[in-house]
Design a protein around this ligand. Structure first.
Ligand SMILES: [Zn+2]
Length: 186
């Protein structure tokens, strides 16, 4: 089943990650301590918690957010990997926290899509929104936009794939601002 959420934009989500960095007191850090933020989840988001489970209990995904139960479930290997600074595992945790931050506060906003005739546009897709929010959180544009991919990977503690995606999106955004023809910048 597809879900549709109220549309938003990369720029709006970037602003929300800035507010979140201030709220969690990591405003000026280049490497966001995402495991520590996960551990403070109940303090940051009322009623929310997380649970680390054996890998076999989450056979189809590395982590998931259950909105109705206000719970983030994580594979043990993802939690351990993130503690050891695995960029991919750190991004997985950031992605789930994104769902809590964007969709967990207003569950009614996350609607099953019954309007099958109208295609869900990327900016209405909760998965795109979480990917965008987590990228902007972990790689603050104002600091790292001009860096090489490998520096971003090393300093921000993210996966290479995430750093490349982020650079690509910022480049598209610059192209759009200059008025050059560019495909979607979401
Ligand atoms: Zn997701």
């Amino acid at each position: 089943m597809m879900y549709r959420t109220p549309g938003t934009s990369r720029i709006k989500l970037r602003q929300k990650t800035k507010e979140f960095r201030e709220q969690t007191q990591v405003k000026d850090l280049r490497c966001i301590p995402i495991v520590r933020i996960l551990e403070t989840l109940p303090h940051v988001f009322n009623g929310w918690n997380y649970e680390v489970v054996d890998d076999w209990k989450l056979p189809k995904c590395h982590a998931k957010t259950i909105i109705d139960e206000k719970t983030v479930l994580l594979r043990q290997s993802v939690y351990d990997g993130a503690c050891l600074k695995s960029g991919r595992d750190r991004m997985t945790i950031a992605h789930e926290i994104a769902h809590v931050a964007i969709h967990g506060q207003n569950p009614l906003a996350l609607n099953r899509d019954f309007d099958q005739d109208r295609p869900i546009r990327a900016f209405e897709d909760p998965e795109w929104q979480a990917k965008c929010w987590s990228g902007e959180l972990m790689m603050p544009k104002e600091y790292v936009e001009g860096w090489d991919v490998l520096d971003i990977v090393e300093i921000c503690g993210v996966s290479r794939e995430a750093a490349e995606y982020q650079k690509k999106k910022w480049k598209e955004e610059r192209g759009k601002r200059k008025g050059t023809k560019s495909r979607s910048t979401i």
